[in-house]
Design a protein around this ligand. Structure first.
Ligand code: XIL
Length: 355
């Protein structure tokens, strides 16, 4: 009898143990993220991601995740000058066209990134020999060829990207050197001529860490608006970090809204290893701190006037394809999905922020 009781107890224990394990690890055929909910369903404004065309085409899980979670997409690199316009008389539309067709087939908004920037400049531009009229024509032709190609298909453009320094002065890019400070205004006019219905954004970074820079950006944009230059929105990249203060984040978002322009948090990621610690481990505590920061960004954004909420776009999709580890040569986990495509606490932080 004693042995029988021990045997039965043993069987029960094993059974309970198995059950527990079953609930922890779903069978491999189950999707990582159940289809019950998604960012696009739960957030009261557009939510996007910057996507990598190669992964979109060759990685089904990545493609399915983008389809399920987001209702806006930005090309991570496919619409940059160097990719689209590698020779003076050569345009390479293949990758960007793929994204636009994907968006049309799946009912997603496309945000175009970016027409004029100091990076992704092809050699033929760096080496271009011409007077200021020829340079003006080069810039105008690029903008108008690209915007016309996507007319009616791309909702909005980052017309000029990162034209200011952190101290608020004008970045001395090749465009400024050749065309003077007011090239920015003319870029907007050229884009507007090519597609009068496209929403045109100025995009930059640093709003949350530099009061000087955000003031300079906001002043520039308000002055363009007051001159009736066709500018509709401000893009704040928000490549930020988990220990950025809530006060700074709120100041960035609220002062952007005070310009009266549309507001796009355009490249959001929240770095967890800003001090470049090589052996850092992403603990549950760090994950919770990241979740709180994502929540705060979403909550603050949700509280600006609804008509100005253009949306929030994350820069990349998962920790496995984030540009941060490559860019800074360090381990990091900046996004709401982990490298196995599973939702992180940061994901649920975003949902919480929207409540
Ligand atoms: C980055 C891409 O993610 C990288 O793949 C590329 O090598 C360099 O550009 N600000 C921007 C984006 O406006 O275009 C940048 O994207 C990230 C910083």
């Amino acid at each position: 009898m004693k042995y029988l009781i021990v045997l039965v107890a043993g069987i029960l224990l094993v059974a309970v143990g198995c059950k527990k394990n079953d609930t922890i690890a779903p069978p491999p055929t189950q999707p990582v993220n159940p289809a019950d909910t998604s960012l696009q369903k739960m957030l009261p404004f557009k939510v996007g991601a910057a996507v990598n065309v190669n992964l979109m085409q060759n990685n089904t899980r990545y493609n399915n995740l983008v389809k399920a979670e987001f209702n806006s997409i930005t090309a991570e690199n496919a619409m940059k000058f160097g990719t689209l316009h590698p020779g003076q008389f050569t345009y390479n539309w293949t990758q960007a066209d793929y994204l636009v067709s994907f968006a049309q087939a799946n009912n997603k908004r496309v945000h175009g990134h970016t027409l004029i920037w100091h990076q992704s400049i092809p050699d033929w531009v760096t080496n271009f020999a011409g007077d200021s009229t020829a340079w003006e024509n080069l810039m105008k032709t690029h903008i108008q060829t690209v915007v016309t190609h996507y007319k009616g298909k791309v909702t909005s453009w980052d017309v000029v990207n990162e034209a200011l320094n952190d101290d608020g002065t004008m970045r001395n890019s090749i465009w400024r050197q050749k065309l003077g400070d007011d090239y920015i205004a003319r870029c907007f006019q050229y884009a507007h001529q090519a597609d009068p219905t496209a929403l045109l954004f100025y995009n930059d970074y640093g709003h949350e860490y530099s009061a000087t820079k955000r003031t300079a950006i906001n002043n520039l944009l308000v002055s363009l608006k007051n001159r009736n230059i066709p500018i509709h929105g401000t893009g704040m990249q928000f490549h930020t970090r988990y220990n950025q203060t809530d006060a700074n984040i709120a100041a960035a978002i609220n002062t952007a809204a005070a310009t009266g322009l549309l507001v796009h948090v355009s490249e959001l990621d929240i770095a967890m290893n800003p001090d470049n610690v090589q052996g850092l481990v992403f603990t549950a505590t760090l994950a919770e701190q990241q979740a709180a920061k994502y929540k705060f960004v979403v909550r603050t954004f949700k509280n600006i006037p609804q008509a100005q909420q253009f949306g929030i776009t994350t820069w990349n999709v998962t920790d496995g394809d984030s540009w941060i580890p490559t860019q800074y040569n360090r381990p990091d986990w900046p996004l709401p999905f982990d490298r196995n495509y599973a939702r992180k606490p940061a994901y649920y932080g975003m949902l919480e922020g929207a409540k």
